[in-house]
Unconditional design. Structure first.
Length: 343
């Protein structure tokens, strides 16, 4: 007779017809809600002086647990609040402080959400000596093909994905790269492409890419183009297209100021004359022909009428000046000089 194993008892299962218990909502504790002064004193002990503002209210955080909120008056902390959590033990009358913290509000200025360094990297952040770690779960890469001993499969791997590589671009990776290149400065919506006379698909310097990307992209091989060595779309363009040209304009070239090509005639002087100090015979100056007198006859001058005679002016009468008598000078008598003693 085989033993029968009783079924396991499920303590979480409810009996048939029994109602499930509902979670009881905590009630605001009157003693903890009235401890506003205790909460303010705890906040002022932690915060800087004068940074705790008015009481904003109390909220229920649990059974006999109340959070008191106070306005923060710190500069730069707009809409932040000091939150002090107070609690009371069961059947106790004394309220104690549990924690004090500074929490942001809806209009507060907060730091962005933390991201690991691998997700914070952006194109251009990797320097010449930086090395990125390998990402095992990179969604932009797929497992590479190996030798499958199948001619068709191996040809596809060599042409499209490259035989022997551990991982290759996935469809998502190719789509993101194509979108980034096409919508960037190598697509048809740039200023240089809009002013181009013809697209890159008709240029002789355009090299098609391998694989499925060859339908949309290629590489520019024109050293005169600003896109030289860059991936460009087939409908991109520039002014260095191999088949476009501009109409030549005739230019007037001014004669040179100094003509270095025309020969200059120089007169050679014998060496003997230079040693003797004799000056070379100068060519006689050409005679100057006298200028012909071609003066025009002067116009006749009109006679000038004589001026009217001027009447003589009578001399003015001057009163005679009386002679000045000389002043009388009184003679000065000399004073007697006394002889010196012992003379």
């Amino acid at each position: 007779m085989s033993a029968v194993t009783p079924p396991a008892v499920d303590d979480t299962a409810t009996a048939a017809g029994a109602r499930p218990r509902r979670a009881r909502k905590p009630v605001l504790d009157a003693a903890a809600a009235a401890a506003v002064d205790l909460a303010r004193a705890a906040a002022e002990e932690v915060a800087e002086p004068g940074s705790v503002g008015e009481h904003l209210g109390a909220s229920v955080e649990g059974d006999r647990i109340v959070g008191h909120s106070f306005a923060c008056l710190l500069r730069g902390y707009r809409d932040w609040q000091w939150v002090v959590t107070v609690t009371r033990a069961s059947r106790a009358r004394t309220v104690t402080v549990s924690e004090v913290c500074l929490l942001p509000g809806e209009g507060s200025l907060r730091a962005p959400e933390w991201l690991p360094w691998s997700q914070r990297l952006r194109p251009g952040d990797v320097g010449p000596q930086d090395v990125l770690p390998r990402r095992e779960d990179d969604p932009l890469l797929d497992q590479g093909y190996e030798d499958a001993s199948d001619e068709d499969a191996d040809r596809l791997a060599i042409w499209e994905l490259g035989l022997g590589r551990p991982r290759v671009l996935s469809r998502l990776g190719r789509d993101e790269a194509a979108t980034r290149w096409y919508e960037g400065d190598r697509g048809p919506r740039t200023e240089i492409a809009e002013n181009a006379g013809a697209p890159c698909s008709t240029c002789g310097y355009f090299l098609l890419m391998a694989g499925s990307m060859r339908q949309v992209f290629g590489v520019c091989a024109n050293e005169w183009s600003p896109e030289d060595g860059r991936v460009v779309s087939v409908d991109h363009g520039c002014g260095a297209h191999s088949e476009t040209d501009v109409e030549p304009h005739a230019t007037d070239v001014a004669p040179p100021v100094v003509d270095d090509l025309a020969p200059e005639v120089l007169e050679l002087v014998p060496t003997a004359e230079l040693r003797a100090g004799a000056e070379p015979d100068a060519e006689p100056a050409e005679p100057v022909e006298p200028a012909e007198a071609t003066a025009e006859p002067a116009e006749p001058v009109e006679p000038v009428e004589p001026a009217e005679p001027v009447e003589p002016v009578e001399p003015a009468e001057v009163d005679p000046v009386d002679p000045v008598e000389p002043a009388e000078v009184e003679p000065v008598e000399p004073e007697p000089v006394e002889p010196e003693a012992g003379a």
